[in-house]
Design a protein around this ligand. Structure first.
Ligand SMILES: [Zn+2]
Length: 336
């Protein structure tokens, strides 16, 4: 890969490490945040319960006052009854007193119901108070426990950031722009490694979305410094360390020089046609370079190239073969 892609991969790796450390910190503080929310919810419930309790107590107090007022009224009626001048008057007071007693009994029933509610509410408030206390204690304990961990995780992030900054310096602005855009879209996964699902076949896929890629994507990445995007997910593709040319394009043995972007590409068929078109002496002339094509990885995929594969190299198609088979060094005309 060229310098831009190499810088991008280095930056990507450093960025991934920072992001992983940040995610760990997030995860560590997440439990505390959840516990904080739990405590706050309980405190709110406790507040509402206290409000309800006060209202009930106030109503209970009103009923109590009402009953006392009625008591004193009944007492007054009794005194008046004692002073009654005749039986009729006495009976009238008696009816009035009984009516008052019935009314008072109704209020007492109401008060009893409210007092039951008060009792229930007091119990609930007390329970909530206990819960708030214990959850708060748990929160404090959690905070104390992760305090060291947060410090350690923050230190981890702080230690990784300079490497990312340093790696970023080597990334050209345009590449960085593309990277940032993709990183935002894919939660940091702006790059995708080329993968080779079958070691024996020269087929590649995007490690990000698993989409099959054209065969010459490897050479394109290997020999050039352009950003190559996955046509499906648009991540920036790169060649991982575990996919060197000898592994990536292992269709025949012996290839040492990975960079020969100027090499013209030619198919076996064309070579055969060229050989057929050429005269016999010309074929003999071409014979002295039997392995030249195999030395160049840029050529290796040529035999099985899909039609839609983008050009890896800027070189023109094979030069006209019908005139002369061109015994140029590296000419693929000699391929069997
Ligand atoms: Zn993809």
């Amino acid at each position: 890969m060229g310098p831009t892609n190499i810088a991008l991969v280095r930056f990507y790796q450093a960025d991934q490490q920072v992001r992983a450390a940040q995610a760990k910190l997030e995860a560590a503080t997440k439990d505390v945040r959840i516990q904080e929310r739990r405590v706050n919810d309980l405190v709110e419930r406790q507040r509402l319960a206290t409000t309800t309790l006060r209202e009930l107590q106030a109503r209970s107090g009103q009923f109590d006052l009402d009953i006392k007022t009625r008591d004193s009224h009944i007492e007054k009626l009794r005194t008046q009854q004692q002073a009654a001048h005749n039986n009729k008057e006495y009976q009238a007071f008696l009816v009035e007193i009984n009516t008052q007693k019935v009314d008072k009994a109704k209020v007492e029933d109401q008060m009893l119901a409210v007092m039951e509610q008060v009792e229930k509410q007091q119990k609930e408030s007390a329970e909530l108070g206990t819960m708030v206390d214990s959850e708060r204690a748990k929160l404090e304990q959690m905070k104390a426990q992760i305090n060291d961990r947060i410090t350690a995780l923050q230190a981890e992030i702080d230690a990784l950031v300079p490497a990312r900054e340093e790696a970023l310096k080597a990334v050209p602005p345009r590449a960085r722009e593309a990277y940032d855009r993709l990183a935002e879209r894919f939660e940091g996964e702006a790059l995708a490694a080329l993968i080779k699902p079958d070691r024996r076949r020269e087929e590649y896929a995007c490690g990000g979305c698993m989409m099959d890629l054209v065969t010459d994507v490897y050479n394109k990445l290997h020999s050039r410094d352009d950003l190559v995007f996955c046509p499906s997910c648009h991540r920036i593709l790169y060649i991982p360390d575990d996919l060197p040319p000898e592994v990536a394009v292992k269709t025949r043995p012996a290839k040492k020089e990975p960079k020969e972007p100027r090499e013209p590409r030619v198919s076996k068929k064309k070579a055969a046609a060229a050989a057929a078109a050429a005269s016999a002496p010309a074929t003999e002339e071409a014979a002295p370079e039997p392995m030249s094509t195999a030395d160049n990885p840029a050529e290796v995929g040529a035999t099985s190239e899909p039609t839609m594969a983008p050009q890896t190299v800027d070189a023109p198609e094979a030069p006209p073969r019908d005139q002369s088979p061109a015994p140029t060094p590296g000419s693929p005309a000699s391929v069997e």
